[in-house]
Design a protein around this ligand. Sequence first.
Ligand SMILES: Cc1ncc(COP(=O)(O)O)c(C=O)c1O
Length: 475
Amino acid sequence: MNGARLGPKDLRTLLGEWETGGQSAYHALADRIRLLIIDGRIPTRTRLPAERELADELERSRTTIVSAYRALKETGHLVSQRGSGSVVALPHAHGGPGGFPEPAVVDFARAAPAAIGGLETIIRRATERLPDVLGKSGFDLVGSLPLRERIAAHYSARGLPTHPGQLMITLGAQHAIALVARTLVRQADRVLVESPTYPHALDGLRVSGGRLVTVPVTADGWDGDRLRDALERVRPAVAYLIPDFQNPTGASMPPAQRDEVVRQARRAGTVLVIDETTADLDIDRGWTDVPFAARADGHRTVSIGSLGKSVWGGLRIGWIRADDDVVGALHTARAAGDLGTPELEQLVATEVFDDYPALVQRRTEQLRHHRDVLVRELRERLPHWDVPVPDGGASLWVGLGAPISSALALFGLTRGVSLIAGPKFGVDGAFERFLRLPYTGRVDELTRGVHLLEDTARSLPALPAGRSPQLAEVV
Ligand SMILES: Cc1ncc(COP(=O)(O)O)c(C=O)c1O
């Protein structure tokens, strides 16, 4: 089966600032395309532009492009197909099964913490109720009633009256996002997203045919004018927002701005999809708010939650809170993709809610310590990087001072540190000067990871003179 064709202009956008002074042009181009393939920005089976077309677009000789493509073919990242030209592949000979890279020594790619202390005891407690589950099919499409009752009570206690019929239990928040996208987004619908944002949400929204419209968010928050403009002028069908400890910036939307967004979304007829996966990771924000949907005052809002960060991603327990009719539509749509959430994990999740406040407190104390260690190490070893300190969430959004994020990700692999390049968090090749660094790993891993980062940064080929004055200080 053939994949989509990537046009020369789109490839140029994805490439961003790909040239490095220390490498030949063909080598640098091959490296950058390889990274785009490895991190999924160019899916397998995509047809790359013909060599001459790309040479014209990049204003390079055809020989440069031919050599770059040849290098990619040698490492198995491109194959020639009769009639289709050069097609992207994942090399089976490299890395682990299916061509995926072997796990790195330090994983800065995922913000996925280990299970919170105390979960083992909770799991043991839950297994005492195993007979309740083993006597039935053990999975279902909406989720077990006891778990939905607990989550409903949790919302209600925090100021958003909720009944179990408004909830669907999912296989984590990512599944929830994809299912909501599949149900609410139609082909060519405009979908408002933050830029940068959580990359797999972008994947889910794109797969559903959404045309993404972005509004900027930084560590200092959302650009209110651009947000208003985008809602007013584009009138997107859906807006996907992460208002608490936004991934990756760590920013939180002030309550008054939330009210603004609701007002504007109501006017534009935009359904708000609010991802609260990171909302409980409050390290030292200093204020709390009701769940976003409590401010929606009847305007259609879909909330997504998860135990993935606060408790353990290995449970794969997330949920969607929405109006009953939306839950009905989700229910109808779901079976095409999966037949339900395992009851065993739901049994554990139900028990989790008995201890939830204590577990969250344990998690945020741990994250505070880890955040402080990572900030200290980075400031010490890479003093030219800009390291803002978020007041919650699971990662830092670090300014590199130079467009080296993709190069770091690529060279980091050879030094045992896996990273996601900044542009993966955007839609248009931006953020080459940023790197997300999660502080969810063990403290010794964080420290070692920063050593490896420093080592990687030093080993990078220099950018062409004049491209970035700061780089000389970084490398
Ligand atoms: C904002 C956001 N949404 C969703 C997810 C996916 O969470 P889950 O593990 O529950 O699928 C993540 C995980 O990093 C996230 O940061």
